[in-house]
Design a protein around this ligand. Structure first.
Ligand code: UDP
Length: 323
């Protein structure tokens, strides 16, 4: 049985990855310090003999007994609200955290896949973004702690690949959504759906002309699964190229939820990227991958998930979490 360590295993993406690798017959070891992760995302796995959970901070020395075939480094705050509140932890998990993972990989002879992000392109001047674009990042802006940590993480990963011969893979993840997103992480989708369900107005930041391209989580997980098993060490964009303005996205959510609430406009956060769309030519060519789930289908499933949550959770969790 192949053994895989997934850091950030109790988070939104981490927990979906745990599910997928369990389904594929792996022994899964999830690690999480639960700062932004939530045990409810993986509760259903605890009864399985091929699942283990370590409550641990990957930025501190990590020890995993036994053999390891793969390490997925997915631990990190990943929304602007989170990393503004915990900037130092964000920098540490992207730097000390990946260093620990790569050190462990060397000892275990394991292959490492790191979660990088479209944020490495910053507020991009090239559109759509392909992997050869170096980006337009403000290192001292509010997003700098996340963007630079992820850029450092890519550099460290390539250095272990070339200097120590560790097998590495880098996925650049674009906006992804689905069940288990946190209601209070500040991201646009749980924000809008949560507002509609609580009977609040939908808050658009800026004039809503900025664009994003949303990928359903199952599609993302499939791309990551394929990349891990490929022999390609350079970064690969995984995301859905279907681009939409935030204004049109708000209209879609209003239609989906049948809410009678209106849209209100708030100030645009500093350095908020004006446009974002992945060029997925490389993923198509190397992984034979492209997204399959339309936004209409994916949003329906995600809405059903949020609707199924206990009412108190909709209200309690909407409050911004204090760390
Ligand atoms: N956004 C918004 N209203 C909200 C939350 C976010 O208009 O209540 C905007 C935000 O300014 C950004 C876009 O939606 O332009 C996507 O934001 P998110 O935080 O989900 O992702 P990111 O900016 O990291 O792509």
């Amino acid at each position: 049985m192949k053994r895989i360590l997934i850091t950030g295993g109790a988070g939104f993406l981490g927990s979906h990855l745990c599910d997928r690798f369990i389904k594929e017959g792996y022994h899964v070891i999830a690690m999480d310090n639960l700062i932004t992760g939530d045990l409810r995302n993986i509760e259903h796995l605890f009864k399985l003999p091929n699942f283990e959970f370590y409550h641990h901070d990957v930025s501190k020395f990590i020890h995993v007994p036994g053999e390891l075939d793969y390490i997925l480094h997915f631990a990190s705050p990943a929304s602007p609200i989170d990393y503004l509140k915990i900037p130092i932890q964000t920098l540490k998990v992207g730097s000390l955290g990946i260093h620990n993972c790569l050190g462990l990989a060397r000892v275990k002879n394991a292959r490492v896949l790191i979660a990088s992000t479209s944020e490495v392109y910053g507020d991009p001047l090239v559109h759509p973004q392909n992997e050869d674009y170096w980006g337009h990042v403000n290192p001292v802006g509010p997003r700098g702690v996340y963007d630079e940590a992820k850029r450092f993480q890519e550099a460290m990963t390539m250095a272990y690949n070339t200097y120590h011969g560790v097998e590495t893979r880098i996925v650049r993840i674009f906006n992804t959504y689905g069940p288990r997103m946190r209601l209070n992480d500040g991201r646009v989708l749980p924000a809008f759906i949560g507002q509609a369900l609580r009977g609040e107005d939908l808050t658009i930041f800026g004039d809503g002309s900025q664009t994003r391209s949303f990928c359903y989580v199952d599609d993302l997980v499939e791309g990551i699964f394929r990349l891990l098993h490929s022999d390609y060490a350079y970064p690969v964009n995984v995301g859905n190229p279907s681009e939409i303005t935030i204004k049109d996205f708000a209209e879609e959510i209003i239609k989906l939820t049948n809410t009678t609430q209106k849209i209100v406009y708030k100030e645009l956060p500093k350095d908020d990227p004006k446009q974002r769309q992945p060029d997925i030519t490389r993923a198509r060519e190397i992984l034979g991958w492209e997204p399959k789930v339309s936004r209409q289908e994916g949003l329906k499933i995600t809405y059903e998930y949020f609707k199924s949550l206990p009412k108190e959770r909709l209200f309690d969790e909407a409050k911004h979490r204090e760390f």
